[in-house]
Design a protein around this ligand. Structure first.
Ligand SMILES: Nc1nc2c(ncn2[C@@H]2O[C@H](COP(=O)(O)OP(=O)(O)OP(=O)(O)O)[C@@H](O)[C@H]2O)c(=O)[nH]1
Ligand SMILES: [Mg+2]
Length: 535
């Protein structure tokens, strides 16, 4: 495959994550974007009593029941912007992430695999704790962010208040591409700041269909909307005076963030978001290996695994590894090397993913997210390649702060139980810790947040038909230690040493005072902090 073909394919690809504090509307927006790309014909197609609950990306039972996302979901689709006259559609790889901080490790893994992020902010709530943390992660990783003020159909703050809050508290300067016409709760349309024109949206029943757009000139808009139009014009001028216009270089450098006001529920502003992603989000780039060597997109095939997920379909109990292609062309059936083991890996069953739906994929290019079926040996952070060898930096696992034992209560199900535990471990749903004293009958699970334990028990039941109970252990923090320090640590009160399945030796402490005391009394022991979820 010539490098020109790869370059051309790379240019039309956009790979991004949708992130936010819980409930800002990520899954609803994911659905709205898929609707605009005409991948689905109706949003919120399931008519439960909760109204529009189930989205393409929330397919797990627990997600449907509670209306929250517990696991990230990838979708790939092609999109042709009505604004461009080229025949070549863009290829969009989008990953909807869970907002809850208990699942932040999953979100973090996704952020290692994308080129841009769409940050949703609830118009009424403004910045929330996870918003701040996620902005920091994006800055740290150099991921450019497009900011979306969502739920503009509901009463909320003013655009300038929200813009100020972001500039002041995040240090990121919003550069609105459009200004909303109508205050939050009275969303009529958008003033296009580049053309000065007005895009008026029309509601559809239940927001299930693409909202029809009507294009008006400034004069027509002034006549139609009166004061709210003038207010939007004033806001736009003020932003221009403050220098808050889009600047591609500053956006890519993480200094500014193009901003859009939307209602994911009514499908207002969604096309504008999709078009902004196509126009401004960076196409896939190469990546540096652990040895500091840059692999460019036109180099031979390489990819990183960022997620492993099983139980997507109860009729075939398979495990899917999601890889993001970094370089080269991928062809299904290709035999690649798994960098962590040096073993060959046959890619006979490669699939494009769309929520829980999948279809065989024959070729793929940098930026694409491809599912590899029955990839038992692969774990998040692993590298796959075709010679020359490359290995990308691993994804650090977060410091767990919650520890419980897991026990099976269904008789004669011990074998199933073991299998299920291994499964949750491989996916990284929780970390699994073991030691000789406790044995294997009731392993210790470690998590960033307690909702991860609920996912384990729910999936044990749904996918393996095993009833389990979770019993909290009296530990609240972990340190990495080694073989030499382990015996002494085990002798201490309020401390227990375990081996995690990746081989790391962890010492758990009842509380930070216990840890501080031991650090002081035994300065020779290795007690290394783990990456904290908040960092
Ligand atoms: N009024 C209004 N409601 C919205 C909008 N977008 C989403 N919602 C509602 O907000 C709630 C949360 O939406 P989700 O899309 O599940 O939010 P999320 O960000 O995916 O949530 P998590 O994945 O749990 O973090 C649902 O009840 C949606 O119907 C919007 O633009 N306007
Ligand atoms: Mg969601």
């Amino acid at each position: 495959m010539s490098s020109e073909v790869i370059s051309r394919e790379v240019k039309r690809r956009r790979t991004f994550a949708i992130i936010s504090h819980p409930d800002a509307g990520k899954s609803t927006m994911t659905e709205a974007l898929a609707l605009h790309a005409r991948m689905i014909s109706e949003a919120g197609a399931v008519h439960g009593k909760g109204g529009r609950r189930s989205t393409v990306s929330d397919w797990m039972e627990m997600e449907k029941a509670r209306g929250i996302s517990v696991s990230s979901t990838a979708l790939q689709f092609s999109y042709s912007s009505p604004d461009t006259d080229t025949d070549v559609p863009n290829v969009i790889n989008l990953v909807d992430t869970p907002g809850h901080s208990d699942f932040s490790e999953d979100t973090y893994r996704v952020l290692t695999a994308v080129d841009a992020a769409v940050m949703l902010i609830d118009a009424a709530k403004g910045l929330e704790p996870q918003t701040l943390k996620l902005f920091q992660v994006c800055r740290h990783r150099g991921i450019p962010v497009i900011t979306v003020i969502n739920k503009w159909d509901r009463p909320g703050r003013t655009p300038l208040e929200l813009i100020d809050e972001i500039s002041e508290r995040i240090g990121l300067i919003p550069t609105p591409l459009y200004v909303p016409v109508g205050i939050a709760g009275d969303y009529r349309g958008l003033l296009d700041r580049r053309t000065g024109d007005y895009i008026h949206f029309e509601r559809t029943a239940g927001g299930a269909k693409i909202a029809p757009e009507e294009f008006l000139t400034a004069d027509q808009a002034a006549e139609r909307e009166g004061d709210v139009w003038s207010a939007a014009c004033e806001e736009s001028e003020l932003l221009a005076e403050l220098g808050q216009d889009h600047d591609q270089e500053m956006f890519l450098a993480g200094q500014t963030s193009p901003m859009i006001f939307t209602s994911a529920m009514l499908n207002f502003g969604v096309r504008q978001l999709l078009d902004a992603l196509v126009e401004f989000a960076p196409p896939p780039r190469g990546r540096e290996s652990i040895d500091g060597v840059e692999r460019s997109v036109t180099d031979p095939f390489s990819a990183v695994v960022f997620k492993v997920q099983a139980g997507m379909d109860s009729s075939h109990r398979d495990r899917l590894a999601y890889m993001r292609i970094v370089s080269g062309e991928f062809e299904r059936g290709m035999v690649v090397t798994h960098a962590q083991t040096g073993k060959p890996f046959a890619t006979k069953y490669a699939q494009a993913v769309f929520g829980r739906d999948r279809s065989t994929v024959d070729t793929a290019f940098p930026g694409d997210v491809v599912g590899l079926v029955n990839a038992m040996a692969l774990a998040p952070g692993d590298t796959l390649y075709i010679d020359p060898k490359v290995q990308y930096p691993p994804i650090p696992s977060f410091a767990p702060e919650h520890f419980s034992t897991l026990r099976v209560t269904t008789a004669d199900k011990y074998k199933q139980f073991r299998k299920a535990v291994d499964q949750m471990d491989a996916e990284g749903v929780v970390q699994v810790l073991r030691n000789d004293v406790r044995g294997d009958a009731s392993p210790v699970l470690a998590a960033v947040g307690p909702m991860q334990f609920e996912v384990v028990t729910a999936r044990m039941k749904a996918e393996f038909n095993v009833d389990t109970i979770i019993e909290p252990l009296g530990y609240s923090l972990a340190r990495r230690t080694d073989e030499q320090s382990a015996p002494e640590l085990n002798r201490q009160r309020g401390v227990e040493v375990f081996t995690r399945s990746d081989g790391a030796i962890l010492a758990l402490f009842s509380d930070k005072w216990r840890l501080q005391y031991i650090e002081k009394e035994h300065s020779d022991l290795l007690l290394e902090p783990l990456v904290a979820a908040a960092d």
